[in-house]
Write a protein that binds this ligand. Sequence first.
Ligand SMILES: NC(=O)c1ccc[n+]([C@@H]2O[C@H](COP(=O)([O-])OP(=O)(O)OC[C@H]3O[C@@H](n4cnc5c(N)ncnc54)[C@H](OP(=O)(O)O)[C@@H]3O)[C@@H](O)[C@H]2O)c1
Length: 328
Amino acid sequence: MSTFKAVRVSQDGAKATSSALVDTTVDELSAGDVVIASRFASINYKDALAVTGRGRIMTRFPCIAGIDVAGVVESSADARFKAGDPVFVNGFGLGVAHDGGFSERVRVPADWVIPVPQGMTLLDVGTMGVAGFTAALAIHLMELNGLAPGNGKVLVNGATGGCGSIGIDMLARRGYQVVALTGKPESRDYLMELGASEVLVRGEFEMGRKPLEKSQFAGALDSVGGEQLSWLTRSMMENGVIGAFGNAGGVDLATSVFPFILRGVRLIGVNSNATMAVRQQVWGRVSTDLKPRHLDRVGFPIALDQVIEHCTRSVDGKVQGRAIVHYG
Ligand SMILES: NC(=O)c1ccc[n+]([C@@H]2O[C@H](COP(=O)([O-])OP(=O)(O)OC[C@H]3O[C@@H](n4cnc5c(N)ncnc54)[C@H](OP(=O)(O)O)[C@@H]3O)[C@@H](O)[C@H]2O)c1
């Protein structure tokens, strides 16, 4: 059986984790009825935590990392898929408990596999990855909770990250007025090109401490948590909607009930591991009314043997956009 390369995370007796580029075979991969030849896999914050060992992400060791993959079906024991189909997989434990996308081949149950939506390429879907899907799901849920273009400004924090960049792109396309919040003043032009109409830089303004601050935003996409999410709850307009999915800046939330009971603020939790019905609905929107216009600006290619080094830069918040592993 032919061997191929993958990034595998292991744990030693003292529970220290380490990652290495290894040779493996399809027979060694987690079980499934569809074998996919990988074309693209993105580096998400969660991958960076898993590969560097800075977060307890893996629930099984050893395990190949990579929480998403876009590729072409190589073989399928399930009649819904045939060799050559372009597909995408994320969630269900991929890259956490089931060998993941940082591998030239991936084997998964057919129930996890999503056909690439019409009008999108494998590279589009691979660049979206979990981050882009999560931003789209957040916008979808926020709109179900009353957000609409014309309600007011929408703030996107962690703006240069994967969720943030693609979130800005999709919101601008939908006609929202987007305010980007970043720690990287040098990324101002990038954020404006994606569609932000205003850029705020962390550290250049005061996030006040009052129970209710100046009411500014009709919506907010939160990648960061901690102090920034706390400030956002206090800074929303009446009936403002926050989609909260991230913890890149912390896990605490210090606020009071006032934003909720006096301004009707809605704090919506977003988990990308959605049901298949919701995934299909959201991917349908990603390929139509939310379709990002600047994925080529957001994604940049790296090779599989650069994943480990890149994850360290990513977990330190030093990356602009999304690193996409391009397979040969
Ligand atoms: N709930 C879910 O299902 C789900 C799904 C996907 C992602 N997430 C979460 O969403 C967040 C963003 O994911 P991502 O893949 O977009 O990550 P990413 O590409 O690594 O971007 C994270 C961005 O957060 C900003 N940031 C702010 N404070 C930071 C800090 N103290 N350390 C590091 N970064 C900081 C940085 O952008 P700026 O400098 O521009 O602020 C950074 O680029 C992560 O917490 C991830 O776990 C959750």
